[in-house]
Design a protein around this ligand. Sequence first.
Ligand code: ADP
Ligand code: F6P
Length: 319
Amino acid sequence: MKKIGVLTSGGDAPGMNAAIRAVVRYGIYAGMEVMGIERGYQGLLDGDFIPLDMRSVSNIIQRGGTMLRTARCVDFKTAEGQQRGIEQLKAHGIEGLIVIGGDGSFMGAKALSEKGFPSIGIPGTIDNDLAYTDYTLGFDTACNTILDAINKLRDTMQSHERVSIIEVMGRHCGDLALYAGIGGGAEVIIVPEHPLTVDEICDRLQTSKKRGKNSGIVVLAEGAGHADDYAKAIAEKTGLSVRSAVLGHLQRGGSPSMKDRYLGTSMGVYAVQLLSKGIGNRVVGIHDNKIYDMDIVEACSMKHKFDLELYNMAGVVAR
Ligand code: ADP
Ligand code: F6P
């Protein structure tokens, strides 16, 4: 391949810029031209193509977000929209596409590949909800952002002898809550994969109080409910002083961690290598610290395995 395209799609994630930078720098090194497509699949349909050179991606590895911006595009879910996308790509002489996004975006890459347009997916989402890869781009940075918030909230909760219910993102996946909850020493972690009743949560908090803890941290995955609802129910049932905090889009920004910069860079290079061999319809992932690729359909059909052993361990060490 002599000319490839790259776009970012769906929710943005720290590390996407590292992946874009690697695609451009390694693509040019491999003798290719690289076109950026702005605003995801919507930009593809609108013809928002920009040529990228070595200098276009200077000074972005440390920046969160995506220099190509991202968007959601309903039209691209239709065969007609996908065909228009392929026509746009061909009109610009592009022979292969790299899509940096989550499982929804990967469905777009699958559709293009099935229509004979080689496409490669790089897992860019803070949710870590793609079962085929141990880590998705942005997950590590988002965990550290949550951890910073937990540390700050722990200070004031201890001063006022209160409980903080901290709602984190993750859509239907509980990994952000689980891993950041472990790192933050949360007394209770509530995830959609392992629902807890209000009574169970209250029992854990009251037991914690009996053991001499004068404050508490509860990390709640958004897929398991709303912080305000839990705060109200727990306060009513236990008489504890409870406050809620919804971290929201704070978790999507920030300078990517070393891990996400490394992941973005190595996955970007690997994706270009696949296209240079004419290989499409694959997604790039990391398993046991090794970058590898898998068929898109096979990868997206894998069910995310929640680590129940880790979850239970967290409960023990937070007593
Ligand atoms: P994510 O990639 O983070 O999961 P979304 O689920 O919002 O984000 O998907 C991002 C974009 O990918 C959508 O706006 C749409 O353009 C495209 N997309 C999602 N699902 C499909 C699908 N089944 N077929 C084709 N394109 C899709
Ligand atoms: O998929 C990433 C994510 O941040 C989810 O964790 C969250 O539920 C969703 O995107 C928020 O979507 P939006 O940015 O469109 O509000």
